[in-house]
Design a binder for this molecule. Structure first.
Ligand code: AHR
Length: 653
C-alpha cells in the first residue's frame, strides 16, 4: 500500500462522522430522556391513564378519573382526581414507568407533583418508590395541600437498586385530591442539567467525538399523517405544557410490541440543540417538507393556499384544515431564528427565555426526510428559496428518497444538483456484502457542487426491517470496509451517520441499532466501535492510497483509506482485513516528513463474524490498543484475521 503523503487531497469536513438520532425504540422517553413517569400529565388522548393503574385491592378507593375542571393550563387540561370514601393506604395510583423505572441505590431522584385538595380531609400524599415485587425502596410525604394548584417537590433516595421499579401515590386521609404533572427525575443528569439527559447514554455519544447530531429523525419527522408530523414549536418552552403526540413507531408486532409509544417532548428542540452543544456536534435539525410519510399515506400540504381550486386541487388525501406549505416554510424560518436570532427577535427571545442567551450557531437545516418524486421537489424548491433569501449562509440538507439506486432517486439527485443543493441525504440499509461491494460507490461522483450526506446506513444481517437482524461483527466490519470508501471520497461525502442510534432491549421496533440499553445499563455494539474508531480518528486532510499492481480498494478483501492529522502531526491509516487469515501489510508513506519512532494501533477484531455484544458481555467485540515500531517510511504491520485497524503514525506531510 502506498499512502501519498506528498499528494494531499481536500480537507476532511469537520462534520464528516456524526450521529443520527430518532425517537424510535424508546430512544427519547424511556431512554435518553430520563423522566421515569410515563404520561405524567394525563394528556394522552387515546387513554388518559396510559401508564397508570389504580392500586390493587383498593376497596376504599371510590374512583379515580381524569377530567377537565380548572386545569393547570389550557394545554395541560387533564388531571387525575383521587377520591377515597375512607382513609386507606390503598387509595391511589401506580405508575409503571417505561418498562419499569431504573432506580439506583442511594442516587437522588426529585419527585414533584402539582396537587390541590377537594372536599373531605385529605392532608397530603404518600409517595413510595418500590421494586417490581412491591418492596419499598424509599418513601416520602407531600403535605399541606390547599384548594389551589401548587407544585410540591421532595428528593428521594432508594435503599436498593431496581431495574424495574415503580411509583406509588396514595392519599393521606379520606376525601378528594387532584394531581397532575407527576415527575420522578434523576438528579444525576448529564452536566447536572434540570430536565437533563441520561448520563451514561450521553457519555457514549460524547466519547465518539461526533461532528454533527441529526434530529429528530427519521420517519418521525413526517408522521404517519400530516396531523401526526413532528412540530418543533410544540416541543419548546415550559416542559409541563408540552402536549404528547402518538409516536410514529407506536406499533404492535411480535417481539417488539410498543402500543404505548408516545412522545412527551420533554426532550424537545431546545434540548436537542443543548445536547449538540454539550457533545460538540453541529446541530442538524430535519423538518417536515409538507408531506406525510410516503410509506404510510399520501397526505401533502397544498403548495398554494388556494389548493382546493388551484393546480394542487385533489392532490393527496388532504383535509380542509391541513396547513399549506407556507406554514411549513415559516416553521423553518422561525427555527433558524429560534436557534440563531437575537433576544430582540420573537423566536430568539424564546430561546433566551429558556436559558440560552447565546445563539446555537445553527449552520444546517434538513428539508424532508427520505422523500422522493416530483411532489418532494415541488415542495423543496420554494422552501429552499425562502431560506436562502433570508439566511443565505445556512446549508440545506435535501432528501432524494430511500432507494439510492432507483430511477426516482437519480432524477431527484439530478434536479437537486441543478438547484445547487448543498447536501443530499442518501440512505442505505442492505446486506453486509452490499457494503463491501459498494465501497467504490462515490468514486465517480462529481467533486464539485452538491455534497453527500450518508445520513442513514446500517448492514442488515437478515433483511431490512427484520426483527431478527443482529449487530453482528460481520455487519460492523462490512460497514468499516464501506467507510474506507467514504473517507477516500471525503471531497464528496461531508457527513455520515449510522442509523438508528438507540434501542431499549425491551421496547424496540427496528434492528440493528448502534447502542442498546435497559433501564440501568447500556452498551455499544461492534458497529458503535467502528463508528467511534472513525469519528475519533477523522484527520484533517485526505491522502490518496494506492494498492500494489493497481488493485482496487476492497479487491481481495483488503480495504484501506488514509488521512493526515495536521493538528497532531500524524498519518492515520485505516485498514480492514475481511479474511480469516492474518495479513502482513507494507505501507509506504511516500514523502512523509518528521517520522516518529512508534505508532499506535487500535484494533477491532473477532474470529467469529456472528459475534455480538450484549448487556452481559458489553465488550465482547471492542477495540484494543497496542504500539508498534516505526523504523522507516516503509511501515510494516500484520493485520489480525477479520479485523478493522486504525494506525496512527507520527509523521507530517
Ligand atoms: O432508521 C429507521 C428509519 O429508516 C428512519 O426513520 C427512516 O428515515 C428510514 O426509513
Amino acid at each position: 500500500i502506498t499512502v501519498q503523503v506528498n499528494k494531499p487531497g481536500a480537507p476532511i469536513a469537520k462534520t464528516m462522522y456524526g450521529l443520527f438520532f430518532e425517537d424510535i425504540n424508546f430512544a427519547a422517553d424511556g431512554g435518553l430522556y430520563p423522566e421515569l413517569v410515563k404520561n405524567k400529565s394525563f394528556e394522552i388522548a387515546d387513554n388518559y391513564l396510559t401508564g397508570w393503574k389504580g392500586i390493587n385491592g383498593a376497596a376504599a378507593l371510590k374512583t379515580y378519573t381524569v377530567i377537565s375542571d380548572r386545569p393547570i393550563s389550557a394545554t395541560n387540561n387533564h388531571f387525575a382526581r383521587l377520591t377515597a370514601a375512607t382513609a386507606s393506604p390503598d387509595a391511589g395510583l401506580i405508575n409503571e414507568g417505561f418498562r419499569g423505572m431504573g432506580l439506583k441505590q442511594n442516587d437522588e431522584y426529585t419527585f414533584s407533583v402539582y396537587a390541590r385538595r377537594g372536599p373531605g380531609n385529605v392532608t397530603g400524599l404518600t409517595v413510595t418508590l418500590e421494586d417490581e415485587k412491591g418492596k419499598m425502596l424509599a418513601q416520602s410525604q407531600v403535605s399541606g395541600l390547599t384548594n389551589e394548584w401548587k407544585k410540591y417537590s421532595v428528593v428521594m433516595k432508594p435503599s436498593a437498586t431496581a431495574a424495574k421499579g415503580q411509583l406509588r401515590l396514595a392519599l393521606n386521609g379520606a376525601g378528594t385530591a387532584d394531581i397532575d404533572v407527576i415527575s420522578l427525575f434523576p438528579k444525576d443528569t448529564y452536566k447536572n442539567r434540570e430536565n437533563g439527559l441520561r448520563t451514561d447514554l450521553v457519555q457514549l455519544l460524547k466519547d465518539m467525538n461526533p461532528g454533527f447530531l441529526r434530529f429528530p429523525g427519521g420517519c418521525i419527522v413526517e408522521g404517519r399523517t400530516l396531523n401526526e408530523r413532528y412540530q418543533w414549536k410544540e416541543t419548546i418552552g415550559d416542559v409541563a405544557s408540552r402536549v404528547p403526540l402518538i409516536n410514529r413507531w407506536n406499533m404492535e408486532f411480535k417481539h417488539r410490541s410498543t402500543p404505548d409509544y408516545y412522545q412527551s417532548f420533554g426532550l424537545g428542540f431546545f434540548e436537542y440543540f443543548q445536547l449538540s452543544e454539550d457533545i460538540g456536534a453541529e446541530p442538524v435539525p430535519i423538518l417536515n417538507v409538507g408531506m406525510a410519510c410516503q410509506f404510510n399515506s399520501a397526505e401533502l400540504a397544498p403548495t398554494t393556499s388556494t389548493a382546493t381550486s388551484g393546480p394542487n386541487a385533489g392532490e393527496g388525501h388532504n383535509h380542509a384544515d391541513d396547513p399549506t406549505l407556507d406554514t411549513f416554510i415559516q416553521d423553518a424560518l422561525d427555527l433558524i431564528e429560534f436557534a440563531n436570532g437575537p433576544a430582540s427577535s420573537p423566536w430568539g427571545a424564546k430561546r433566551v427565555a429558556m436559558g440560552h442567551a447565546a445563539p446555537f450557531n445553527l449552520k444546517f437545516i434538513g428539508i424532508g426526510n427520505e422523500q422522493w418524486g416530483p411532489q418532494y421537489l415541488e415542495r423543496y424548491e420554494p422552501f429552499m428559496k425562502a431560506i436562502k433569501a433570508k439566511y443565505p449562509t445556512i446549508n440545506i440538507v435535501s432528501s432524494a428518497g430511500p432507494s439510492p439506486d432507483g430511477e426516482l432517486f437519480d432524477k431527484a439527485s439530478k434536479r437537486l444538483r441543478e438547484l445547487k443543493a448543498e447536501v443530499i441525504d442518501e440512505h442505505y440499509y442492505a446486506k453486509p456484502d452490499w457494503f463491501r461491494q459498494n465501497v467504490g460507490r462515490y468514486d465517480n461522483y462529481p467533486t464539485t457542487g452538491t455534497k453527500i450526506f450518508a445520513g442513514e446506513y446500517a448492514a442488515q444481517s437478515v433483511a431490512i426491517g427484520s426483527p431478527d437482524n443482529k449487530n453482528s461483527w460481520d455487519c460492523a466490519i462490512s460497514e468499516a470496509a464501506f467507510m474506507t470508501g467514504l473517507e477516500r471520497n471525503a471531497d464528496k461525502v461531508v457527513m455520515a451517520s449510522y442509523a438508528p442510534l438507540f434501542a431499549h432491549v425491551e421496547a424496540w421496533q427496528w434492528t440493528p441499532d448502534m447502542i442498546w440499553f435497559d433501564n440501568l445499563k447500556a452498551y455499544g455494539t461492534p458497529n458503535y466501535y467502528v463508528q467511534k474508531m472513525y469519528s475519533t480518528n477523522p484527520g484533517t486532510t485526505m491522502l490518496p492510497v494506492q494498492r500494489a499492481g493497481n488493485a482496487k480498494n476492497g479487491q481481495d478483501n483488503l480495504f484501506s483509506s488514509a488521512v493526515a492529522d495536521d493538528k497532531t502531526g500524524e498519518i492515520i491509516v485505516k485498514l480492514v482485513n475481511y479474511s480469516t487469515e492474518a495479513r502482513p501489510v507494507a505501507i509506504n508513506l511516500q514523502g512523509v516528513k518528521k517520522l516518529g519512532k512508534a505508532g499506535k494501533a487500535t484494533v477491532l477484531a473477532s474470529n467469529d463474524l456472528n459475534a455480538v455484544n450484549t448487556l452481559e458481555q458489553p465488550t465482547n467485540v471492542a477495540p484494543k490498543e497496542e504500539s508498534f515500531k516505526v523504523s522507516s517510511s516503509n511501515v510494516t504491520y500484520t493485520l489480525a484475521p477479520n479485523s478493522f485497524t486504525v494506525l496512527r503514525i507520527p509523521g507530517k506531510r
